[in-house]
Design a protein around this ligand. Structure first.
Ligand SMILES: *[C@@H]1O[C@H](CO)[C@@H](O)[C@H](O)[C@H]1NC(C)=O
Ligand SMILES: *[C@@H]1O[C@H](CO)[C@@H](O)[C@H](O)[C@H]1NC(C)=O
Ligand SMILES: *[C@@H]1O[C@H](CO)[C@@H](O)[C@H](O)[C@H]1NC(C)=O
Ligand SMILES: *[C@@H]1O[C@H](CO)[C@@H](O)[C@H](O)[C@H]1NC(C)=O
Ligand SMILES: *[C@H]1O[C@H](CO)[C@@H](O)[C@H](O)[C@H]1NC(C)=O
Length: 625
């Protein structure tokens, strides 16, 4: 490994600057300007100057690709009911569900951007239910312990105790109750997702959905739902869902992976001591080291190493999974889960702890060009035997300059820390490490730390005997203050991270790693609206190197301040595009519109006449002229 051990002195800065200036003048290659061209700073350059292609960075390529993807998506936007219904039939292969006209009206009245693809998650989640009897679904749903119900446009809630999430989802449902069909919605009140049906069964169920698809001839279409009177009059027995507990969660989860997927036959790890495995080069499926397929990057079925690098699979806090297909609605899930996604309750709250309030940060130029993260050491139940395998711990260590310097000097293995292993500097060709060692650079650009070490067994305070030597307990930072920094990593906790929506809405740039799916996934484009990060975090240095550069500012002759290697404009572009987009498609209204569509589809799949039920008013209107 190449480590520059010389520390950074003012003299060295001067020397570097002198060298750079000279190099530019002498060679005329202007590579420095090329980098600077991404800055807002106007610099004198020849009119015919063109950046050499060869210096283009993989992230430049990914950002360009993201722009193209967005244009393709937006070309599908629909602006009136007939075109929305047509887009529906084309994409889903059926008539829209009863109520679709009202739904469209609601969406339009709330100025929604309407693209059929935005609702893909609903169809992914509900498809398997076409494989089981409608009557079975509605009878069992009603019997669940926590249920939100709508009857005659009035919402009620059944729960074992007062629960914040239930109240929030109840509130969300009640907000649009006059638009909703009769439904019983079983709610998952745990952090963790609940349903994993073996892949082979799901495959059959999904096949049944595909086989049942078709545009029913108009005279045969039934436009009115049958309602739930039969289950109200004659409720069934509650289903014994045979919750699986006490089995290594990885083994419970991987049955949801396809038989030929890399993870399906890999058993749960048993030895959690020492640092976890790291990719020796670029992560698989990456584009020259950076995430190019976000769906794949999030999928544990493709990455068996997650069994020992993510807290969810090392030791979740709580676990109760059923292998039976049953409709449970919740805020997030793993790709192998068969839960049905709602927008997370935390996204509906007005609680400032999660929403950060209405203020989403000042202008980009006023922010510190640094990475800010604060959070608890959650992600599962970390213990002395296995804390080194928890993802939050790993991230916090990997951007801790001191920890990195200690790892580099580790006599037992250069680059090896207690819970991470550094890759060779050569892998990502970092600019910053050409001038200083990784640790020195990180100390300059990162302010990251835990606010609570969440120990097991509990200590009754913020500290933890086995992780104290490796982590400082830092002061918390309210979200408002986090927005004073340009770069905001967002990591999974015990499940998904509840601050993501606020980060997207902020004027700062979210850097996101996750294995969880959320309702909004098909409306966000990586490298356009946020920066995606691999779950191993080996790309974090490359990401920060690209956006922040060395972190060393220098003045050009005309007094402008540049940062060597920084693509500050590119970072600002993604931060602003994400914010603007979130304000268009992740509004509270958009959550209502999503859930209204979801509940209309759910009502149909619970109805005995589901194959004939549909909305065709748009076609009849066409007939009239
Ligand atoms: C809903 O309305 C129908 C018809 O008006 C009525 O028969 C039924 O009892 C009502 N159900 C509830 C739960 O109020
Ligand atoms: C939902 O909650 C908000 C804020 O607490 C409240 O103002 C509103 O009335 C509630 N809406 C319904 C339908 O319960
Ligand atoms: C991304 O990965 C998923 C899962 O492996 C795959 O189905 C999909 O085709 C990939 N997308 C692209 C654009 O390659
Ligand atoms: C960074 O790492 C060092 C060495 O392990 C540790 O003492 C320090 O508390 C860590 N800092 C943070 C913010 O966790
Ligand atoms: C994590 O370590 C603890 C303590 O050894 C153990 O009880 C737990 O089962 C481990 N997790 C897994 C998935 O084995």
């Amino acid at each position: 490994m190449v480590y520059l051990s010389r520390l950074f002195s003012p003299l060295a800065v001067l020397r570097v600057l002198l060298f750079l200036t000279l190099a530019c003048i002498l060679t005329g290659t202007a590579w420095l300007w090329n980098r600077g061209a991404h800055n807002a700073v106007p610099i004198a350059m020849p009119h015919d100057y063109k950046p050499p292609e060869a210096t283009s960075h993989p992230i430049d390529h990914l950002m360009k690709k993201a722009d193209t993807e967005w244009f393709k998506l937006m070309a599908k936007e629909t602006i009136d009911l007939p075109s929305a219904a047509r887009a529906y039939r084309k994409r889903r292969g059926r008539h829209p569900p009863p109520g679709f006209g009202k739904w469209f009206q609601f969406a339009q009245e709330h100025n929604a951007v309407i693209v059929e693809d935005f609702f893909d998650q609903i169809y992914h989640d509900l498809a398997p239910f076409w494989g089981i009897e409608a009557r079975k679904i509605r009878r069992e749903a009603k019997q669940f312990e926590q249920v939100i119900s709508v009857r005659n446009s009035t919402t009620t809630m059944k729960t074992d105790q007062d629960r914040v999430w239930m109240n929030l989802w109840h509130n969300l449902t009640a907000t649009m109750q006059e638009w909703l069909p009769d439904i019983d919605v079983p709610i998952n009140v745990m952090d963790e997702s609940r349903v994993i049906v073996p892949w082979e069964d799901i495959n059959e169920y999904v096949k049944a959905e595909r086989d049942s698809r078709g545009i029913v001839p108009r005279p045969e279409v039934v436009t009115k739902l049958s309602g739930l009177e039969d289950v109200d009059d004659n409720p069934g027995e509650p289903r014994d869902l045979q919750w699986v507990k006490g089995v290594a969660y990885w083994d419970t989860a991987r049955v949801g992976c396809a038989p030929d997927s890399p993870a399906r036959n890999v058993e749960a790890a048993t030895d959690f001591s020492g640092p976890p495995p790291v990719p020796s080069g670029f992560p698989e499926r990456s584009y020259e080291g950076y995430v190019q397929n976000w769906t794949a990057a999030k999928d544990p079925c493709l990455q068996p190493e997650l069994r020992e690098t993510h807290g969810t699979f090392v030791e979740p806090i709580s676990q109760a999974t059923t292998h039976f297909l049953f409709p449970i609605f919740g805020g997030s899930k793993l790709p192998m889960n068969n839960d049905i996604l709602l927008p997370p309750a935390m996204y509906w709250t007005h609680d400032e702890f999660y929403s950060g309030g209405e203020w989403h940060g000042g202008t980009w130029n006023k922010k510190k060009s640094q990475v800010m993260w604060r959070g608890g050491a959650t992600g599962g139940r970390n213990k002395v035997e296995n804390w080194t395998r928890f993802h939050r711990h790993r991230f916090v260590s990997m951007v801790n300059g001191t920890a990195v310097q200690m790892a580099e000097k580790n006599p037992e293995g250069a680059g090896q820390g207690p819970n991470f292993i550094l890759q060779s500097y050569k892998t990502y060709h970092l600019t910053a490490t050409q001038y200083m060692d990784l640790g020195t650079w990180l100390k300059d650009i990162a302010d990251v730390g835990f606010v609570h070490l969440v120990c097991f067994p509990e200590t009754g305070n913020l500290h933890c005997p086995y992780t104290d030597p490796f982590f400082e307990v830092k002061e918390g930072k309210p979200m408002k203050e986090q927005y004073h920094y340009k770069f905001l990593p967002d990591l999974d906790g015990n499940s998904f991270s509840g601050r993501y929506r606020s980060f997207l809405k902020s004027t700062s740039l979210p850097i996101k790693a996750t294995i969880y799916s959320e309702w909004h996934d098909s409306r966000l484009i990586p490298w356009l609206h946020f920066v995606p990060m691999d779950n191993s975090f080996v790309d974090i240095y490359g990401i920060l190197d690209y956006f922040i550069g060395t972190g060393i500012d220098f003045k050009t002759e005309d007094g402008k301040v540049l940062t060597e290697g920084a693509h500050d404009k590119a970072a600002e572009k993604i931060a602003m595009a994400g914010k603007e987009w979130a304000e268009k498609v992740l509004r509270r209204e958009d959550m209502l519109i999503y859930v209204m569509r979801l509940f209309m589809e759910y009502a149909r799949v619970c109805d005995d006449q589901r194959e004939k039920l549909g909305f065709i008013a748009d076609m009849e209107r066409n007939d009239l002229g």
